[in-house]
Design a protein around this ligand. Structure first.
Ligand SMILES: [Zn+2]
Length: 388
């Protein structure tokens, strides 16, 4: 992990992520180490090493800024040694099969759940933990090192990019949360973000607040006028916000999550992951596929939002479980169920690359590009495979 010294006692770790880096923070002093977020479950070895390099065997406390695979994945790496603090509701989320966090086991669960401000005293430092949920996720909190003048905001603010909610989060809540946070913290506070290393400031928020002030009503009015999601995405947003796009946080994605909020669909339907997860528990990738085939046979029409479940579950198998053969089975069923989905073929191709099956990877990347000639990832990956 890359290590960045923020103040005398505060260090930021940067883990390599899939689409974006994942950042953790460590506070060290005579009273021990406090870790803010524990990173990805596939990177616990480098986390242990990072903690040792700071002169500790294990953190005394871990504080999770929210419950997601990139933030709580290393919670169990130190056994029962650390006391883990998180927002109320985190335990339930982590135990339910619908969030793919249950695999992390009992050691990863928070010991203390909070739903009001809490102060932790370490040496001379006063660590204020401020629950501020609803936008990125239902379990967001901010960790403010009062004397150092530093705050970890998790994914409430993702940098100069379109904001992105995760399970149970609400795009329409970002304005409220960012405005509240700006009032809660002193204006010169140094901010540490969940997916961008280095130091930011509360003044950074203004551009995103301006963007939301203009774009939220556009989508709201479109929904009121009876436009569907694809139409709104095709119409797009004013050009001048285009620079806020990056992989994983695009203008189309922003319209998508706003549309879901205004039509009461939420960001994703975590419950759709349950049959996939239960099928996989019972019989691996084949089990997951069999369960979904049953569901499809029982229902005349499959919910288009189920694409998200295939995507999330398949990538969980590919990346978190390091099982490309099972991922390929899930992605193949995705492509079969949604034959017009370029994203399904792109993902299937990626699983074949991981399996070393180059010919199949090329075939599926080509299919994906046929369905969507603008799939830049497909072009890049084909070039890497020596094709054009
Ligand atoms: Zn997150």
């Amino acid at each position: 992990m890359k290590r960045i010294q923020i103040t005398e006692h505060i260090v930021q770790f940067e883990q390599e992520g899939q689409q974006m880096p994942c950042c953790l923070t460590a506070y060290t002093g005579n009273d021990g180490l406090v870790l803010i977020d524990s990173g990805q479950s596939t990177r616990t070895e480098e986390l242990e090493q990072g903690v040792q390099e700071l002169g500790f065997q294990a953190p005394r406390f871990i504080i999770n800024t929210h419950a997601s695979l990139a933030n709580v994945g290393g919670n169990g790496a130190f056994g029962t040694s650390p006391t883990i603090l998180a927002h109320r509701g985190t335990r339930t989320m982590m135990q339910s099969p619908s969030h793919l966090l249950a695999e992390l086991g009992a050691d990863a669960l928070p010991d203390v759940e909070i739903d009001g401000p809490v102060t932790l005293h370490r040496d001379e430092e006063e660590i204020r933990i401020l629950p501020l949920s609803g936008s990125h996720s239902p379990t967001d909190l901010v960790v403010h090192f009062v004397h150092a003048g530093v705050a970890c905001v998790g994914d409430i603010y993702g940098g100069r990019f379109f904001p992105f909610p995760t399970f149970g989060g609400h795009a329409t809540e970002f304005s409220r949360v960012l405005t509240e946070l700006r009032e809660l913290l002193p204006s010169n506070t140094k901010l540490l973000y969940g997916h961008q290393s280095g130091v930011g400031s509360l003044q950074d928020f203004q551009e995103i607040l301006d963007m939301m002030e203009e774009t939220v009503p556009i989508v709201k009015q479109g929904v009121a006028a009876g436009k569907d999601r694809d139409t709104l995405i095709a119409e797009g947003l004013p050009e001048r916000w285009e620079h806020l796009s990056r992989p994983g946080a695009t203008a189309a994605g922003w319209i998508y999550v706003l549309y879901n909020d205004f039509t009461d669909q939420g960001f994703e339907q975590p419950d759709q992951l349950v049959p996939l997860y239960e099928g996989w528990k019972a019989g691996g990738g084949d089990g997951a596929v069999a369960r979904i085939r049953e569901e499809i046979a029982e229902n005349a029409e499959i919910d288009p939002q189920f694409e998200r479940a295939f995507l999330r579950f398949g990538y969980w198998l590919l990346r978190d479980k390091q099982s490309p053969s099972n991922a390929a089975k899930v992605f193949r069923l995705w492509a079969e169920t949604f034959p017009a989905s370029w994203n399904a073929y792109d993902s299937l191709a990626e699983a074949h690359v991981a399996l070393g099956q180059t010919a199949l990877a090329i075939e599926h990347y080509r299919k994906s590009l046929e369905l969507n000639p603008e799939n830049e990832n497909g072009k890049t990956e084909l070039a890497k495979l020596g094709m054009s």
